[in-house]
Design a protein around this ligand. Structure first.
Ligand SMILES: NC(=O)c1ccc[n+]([C@@H]2O[C@H](COP(=O)([O-])OP(=O)(O)OC[C@H]3O[C@@H](n4cnc5c(N)ncnc54)[C@H](OP(=O)(O)O)[C@@H]3O)[C@@H](O)[C@H]2O)c1
Length: 333
């Protein structure tokens, strides 16, 4: 009999996440109850936020010890169970780290018709919309401005940089290591990139952004946010997208200078969640599609095969292994 491979998290980490925090188990494939459909997991998104969900309630419910690890996927309908879905339909669902899941029909949405499917999790999915909404709706980036983005080689960051260039900004990235920084400049098209692991980041920002920063797109928080804050121009905007430098057991850090610097430089610092702009989703999607059709965007996907690789993939992402959007191909189609 076919089994359901699952990855559970028996105890939540207090320090750094390791592969040993997860268990690979087998369960029976569930039967969908009334109002549910049975889904097969096709591509699972691996996100920095997966680690933040282990820290307590955020914009969504926290992961509890013993849970099947939470996660967002593209799935295929296996048993429509009398619903309006058809067997084989592709849908988005929070099925978690398992091969099969029974999910309430009102909690799933149909995927648009697009190939390859992986783009619906990367450039046309949450990563692309986060980058677009953050940059346009929150950062209000303008032609000729200087845009600084941290986590620049990651899934959201590389798109923020590319979208920023298309909007006419001068784009400076921050990433870990010389190799990643060289890649961002030589291959992705950033104007410059600073290696935060090399130290003296504040000085490097001041030298590279000699005219100051107009928009800082912050994916990491902590000391990097601190360094950016001191280099902001008057009326600059700080887009708070995430704080990955503080997700994985690190002590909470700064920044200093709040509210003093916000007052003196008339800065706006604003957090957002990608779901905050439903009325702008179509606009973002259309613009991104146009850029793709014109060949103006390079799409970086980092696809790993097999559900059992998910723990390693998440631990690796938090260590900075990935370039672009990391995903797990759970089932070949
Ligand atoms: N607001 C929203 O709606 C929304 C939606 C999606 C994602 N996010 C946020 O966006 C950020 C990026 O998420 P993602 O899923 O796209 O991950 P990602 O950027 O693809 O990967 C995470 C990257 O973070 C960097 N990193 C890890 N530890 C770091 C540290 N201590 N200091 C600086 N950089 C560090 C690593 O690159 P290096 O090699 O450069 O260190 C790693 O590759 C996260 O903060 C996430 O929570 C927010």
């Amino acid at each position: 009999m076919k089994k359901n491979l699952q990855i559970t998290i028996p105890e939540l980490p207090t320090g750094k996440l390791t592969e040993s925090h997860f268990n690979l188990v087998e369960d029976v494939i569930p039967s969908p109850a009334k109002g549910q459909v049975l889904l097969k997991n096709i591509i699972l998104s691996i996100d920095a936020a997966n680690r933040a969900w282990m820290q307590g309630t955020t914009y969504r419910k926290a992961i509890e010890p013993g849970d099947v690890m939470h996660g967002y996927s593209i799935c295929q309908v296996e048993e429509p169970n009398g619903s309006h879905f058809k067997k084989g339909d592709f849908v988005f669902a929070e099925i978690g780290w398992q091969q099969y899941g029974a999910v309430n029909t009102h909690e799933i949405t149909s995927c648009p018709d697009h190939k390859p499917l992986s783009h619906l999790l990367s450039v046309l999915g949450i990563a692309g919309k986060t980058a677009h909404h953050g940059l346009i709706q929150v950062g209000k980036v303008k032609e000729g401005e200087t845009l600084l983005v941290s986590g620049a080689a990651g899934s959201v960051g590389n798109l923020v940089g590319q979208f920023g260039k298309l909007k006419g900004a001068k784009v400076i990235g921050i990433a870990g290591g010389k190799e990643k920084c060289d890649w961002l400049v030589d291959e992705v098209g950033f104007d410059a990139c600073l290696d935060y692991k090399a130290g003296k980041l504040g000085k490097a920002i001041a030298q590279t952004c000699s005219g100051g920063i107009d928009v800082y797109f912050d994916n990491v928080g902590g000391n990097i946010l601190q360094s950016a804050l001191f280099n902001m121009n008057q009326h600059g905007r700080i887009v708070c997208c995430g704080a990955v430098s503080l997700y994985d057991g690190q002590p909470l850090a700064g920044p200093m200078g709040i509210p003093g610097l916000l007052v003196v430089k008339r800065l706006r610092m604003e957090g957002f969640i990608v779901f905050d702009f439903p009325d702008k989703d179509a606009e973002a999607e259309n613009e991104i599609k146009t850029w793709i059709d014109r060949g103006q965007i390079k799409i970086y996907e980092d696809i790993i095969h097999g559900l059992s690789e998910a723990p390693k993939a998440l631990v690796g992402l938090l260590r900075g292994e990935n370039r672009g959007k990391r995903m797990i191909q759970v089932t070949k189609i």
